[in-house]
Ligand binder design. Structure first.
Ligand code: DP6
Length: 318
């Protein structure tokens, strides 16, 4: 009754921000992301009638913060009458800092749980279960360019294009390694209830999704850059205009944006995006990745820079 799965974080280009059903954790909008290759979470889950309680160890340390949410995710796959579990999770990147560690964790959790408890579920069903735990996790079941669509009563996730067909690179600039001040689950609800821009955010999402889908299909980098930066800044505008305001950026975040904008003005194929944290992700053409990496590494306040290609969906380890 033990299985191990690997899943990678994903970075949204067209963002999920806001829920239409809090109880079932259904998103208010569709989203499009890329799954990263070099960053990963490896999670082993062992169910045993001998265990009295669930236990979670993250990067070698006992972790109670994520345990309840993870236990509920295991219940959703294996049923709440399941045996208790020992969960061991290792991530090779900072957790809870706006790098989508929850996405890779919940994606790995559903794959490992289904295998360990002998459930035969396809990737589509696993994505729905991961999405119930964390909306963005649904996308990490798939590799390449991934779209999450809202259906009448659930979500449907598909891969729009494999990484091999458009091997962009993602450079991640870490400007602060600690955990974020407000988690995205709480922050989204604050935005839904209080930002005067929230309704326009919802209304305009379909046209951003369509522009990004077309750009990915045509491998049109400039078009993808334009709509992704616009969508990201719109999401942060919704956050900033929430009450209380949700501001994840720091001075180094802003400096990184300026670096990316100057590189682009100088002809480099690069654009930025940011999620619920101060880190800046620069999506770039492969030939420009080294220049982007060097420029972000030199930016004041950047403590670490990582680079990744676009990777595969969640997999079970043999
Ligand atoms: C800014 O998936 O973490 O990264 O469903 O409440 O767990 P919950 O939210 P989560 O939110 C991700 C928000 C985002 C944008 C995105 O990944 O699309």
């Amino acid at each position: 009754m033990k299985a191990t799965a690997i899943a990678r974080p994903n970075i949204a280009l067209i963002k999920y921000w806001g829920k239409r059903d809090v109880e079932r954790n259904l998103p208010a909008v569709g989203s499009i992301s890329v799954t990263l290759q070099s960053l990963y979470t490896e999670m082993s889950i062992e169910f045993s009638p001998d265990y009295a309680a669930d236990e979670l160890v993250v990067n070698g340390m006992s972790n109670r913060t994520m345990l309840a949410r993870l236990a509920a995710c295991l219940d959703s796959v294996a049923g709440d009458g399941r045996c208790r579990a020992k969960i061991v999770s290792e991530s090779n990147f900072p957790i809870a800092a706006g790098l989508a560690s929850s996405a890779s964790s919940f994606a790995a959790a559903v794959v490992a749980t289904a295998a360990a408890t002998g459930q035969s579920k396809d990737t589509h069903q696993l994505a729905q279960l991961a999405g119930g735990a964390s909306g963005s996790a649904a996308r990490s079941l798939f590799g390449g360019f991934v779209e999450l669509r809202n259906t009448t009563d659930n979500i449907a996730v598909t891969s729009l294009r494999p990484a091999t067909e458009w091997p962009l690179q993602i450079v991640v600039a870490i400007t602060e390694a600690g955990p974020k001040s407000v988690g995205s689950t709480t922050a989204m609800e604050i935005s839904r209830k209080s930002s005067p821009f929230y309704t326009s955010w919802l209304e305009r999402q379909e046209s951003d999704l369509s522009a990004a889908r077309d750009a990915i299909s045509a491998r049109d980098f400039d078009k993808l850059a334009e709509v992704s930066e616009h969508n990201c800044l719109k999401m942060h505008s919704v956050m900033w205009t929430s009450r209380p305001p949700i501001v994840y950026w720091n001075a180094a975040t802003m400096r990184c944006l300026q670096v990316v904008r100057s590189l682009r003005a100088a002809g480099r194929g690069v654009f930025f995006t940011m999620d619920a944290g101060p880190q800046v992700k620069a999506v770039c053409l492969p030939e420009d990745a080294d220049a982007v990496f060097d420029a972000l590494a030199d930016a004041q306040g950047v403590s670490k820079v990582m680079v990744s290609g676009i990777g595969e969906g969640a997999t079970l380890q043999a």
